[in-house]
Design a protein around this ligand. Structure first.
Ligand SMILES: Cc1ncc(COP(=O)(O)O)c(C=O)c1O
Length: 393
């Protein structure tokens, strides 16, 4: 063969079947071939197991799907290129034109925006309620046929704990599906809590290192198969290398999560007694209104806490600018601690009524706790709080 042909067909190392790498390889291949046309036809027609084209399936992404379904306690899962791709794919895959959705004011802002803008164009309507408004939920479910109820718990950024038993029970009685964006609570949380479908941003705790994006939709095959079919057409695939990075992150998921939860709990307790902090919102604190419910529903209290500062917006600015260890940026579940001040939170787009119901204030600051030493984090928070207090006095 000539060099050009050899370059296009480089040598392959075929391992003997009993000689396996401990870390599975990244199947960074778009196409897969089989020995015969008959076998290829079988795979293409999905009559035989195998892979042909990575948009429809790839061993690296498939392995991650199995892992996520197992951890979340569901029959199956499909992974996609970001958390928002998971949100959009779940909504597109489960809804049809003319369907009605109930969503909560405390939900991730782009999710609400997707319903309000994109899905509205396709005739999907929605009702916006506060997650605490049980009466409103009953009323909305009774007043018109509803296809699904979309929720998050703990909510972002005020960390309210939704009453999952009530919401899933009410939805089921009215023939509506429940979809829980379980990103904040984590893949190990809310097992058997009655929701039909789970959605995750794998960008957060699963990847865990802030260097890869991904999303997942998990649930029974009867629902996820239609989402998978639509994903194959829409094409928001997770790249095999991204799947590999997320799978690698998953190996340390539990230890990272436990360490960050322990630090978040310690910091929440310390900040709750700090004179320049008006209030700490963290479900792990015994005086949090959702504490008991959280203990019942969740595997742990999470790694995100929100503090309301004493003083006004200038204090928020001084506090934020003085912090050394907290990066001012979106996301959570990473190795480093992060902060989102109220100026950057899309909740400000809510009506004043919904904003009040969500509990959000102009000095509410969301902290996502990472893997740093808790003493260093507390010292950094204290010096920044002093800066903010100096401005207020
Ligand atoms: C609750 C929730 N859902 C979905 C997403 C979207 O995830 P991604 O950024 O991976 O698209 C986020 C991102 O912050 C989130 O917080």
């Amino acid at each position: 063969m000539k060099p050009r042909t050899r370059a296009a067909h480089p040598p392959r190392i075929e391992l003997r079947p009993d000689n396996r790498p401990l870390v599975p390889p990244v199947y960074q291949s778009v196409k897969f071939e089989l020995e015969t046309l008959a076998d290829t036809e079988g795979v293409w027609r999905q009559e035989e197991p195998g892979y042909s084209y990575s948009r429809g399936g790839n061993p690296s992404t498939h392995a991650l799907e199995l892992e996520i379904a197992d951890m979340q306690g569901t029959e199956t899962a499909v992974v996609v290129g970001s958390g928002m791709a998971a949100v959009a794919s779940a909504l597109v895959g489960l809804l049809a034109s003319g369907d009605h959705v109930i969503v909560f004011a405390e939900c991730y802002v782009p999710t609400r925006n997707f319903l309000r803008t994109v899905l509205a164009r396709y005739g999907v309507t929605h009702t916006l309620l506060s997650i605490d408004d049980h009466q409103g939920l009953e009323k909305a479910l009774a007043s018109q046929p509803t296809k699904l109820v979309w929720l998050e718990s703990p909510t972002n950024p005020m960390l309210k704990i939704a009453d999952l038993a009530f919401i899933t029970g009410a939805a089921r009685r009215h023939g509506a599906l429940t979809v829980l964006d379980n990103t904040f609570a984590g893949l190990h949380s809310h097992l058997d809590c009655g929701v039909d479908v789970y959605v995750h941003s794998l960008t957060k705790y699963a990847g865990g290192h802030g260097d890869v994006m991904g999303g997942a939709i998990a649930g029974p095959a009867s629902l996820i198969d239609s989402v998978r079919r639509d994903v194959n057409m829409l094409g928001p695939v997770l790249d095999p290398h991204a799947a590999f990075l997320i799978s690698r992150g998953m190996k340390t998921y539990y230890v990272r999560r436990a360490a960050a939860v322990a630090t978040a709990t310690t910091l929440a307790q310390q900040l709750a007694t700090h004179p320049t902090v008006r209030r700490v919102h963290y479900p792990g604190l015994v005086d949090h209104p959702g504490h008991a419910r959280g203990l019942k529903q969740m595997a742990d209290s999470g790694t995100v806490l929100t503090i309301d500062l004493v003083g006004g917006p200038e204090g928020v600015r001084a506090f934020t600018d003085a912090l050394q260890l907290f990066a001012v940026t979106a996301s959570l579940g990473s190795t480093e601690s992060l902060l989102v001040p109220p100026q950057l939170m899309g909740n400000m787009s809510l009506s004043s009524e919904m904003l009040k119901a969500s509990g959000f204030t102009p000095t509410s600051i969301r902290l996502s706790i990472g893997l740093e030493d808790p003493e260093d984090l507390y010292a950094d928070l204290c010096q920044a709080l002093e800066h903010a207090a100096a401005l207020a006095s």
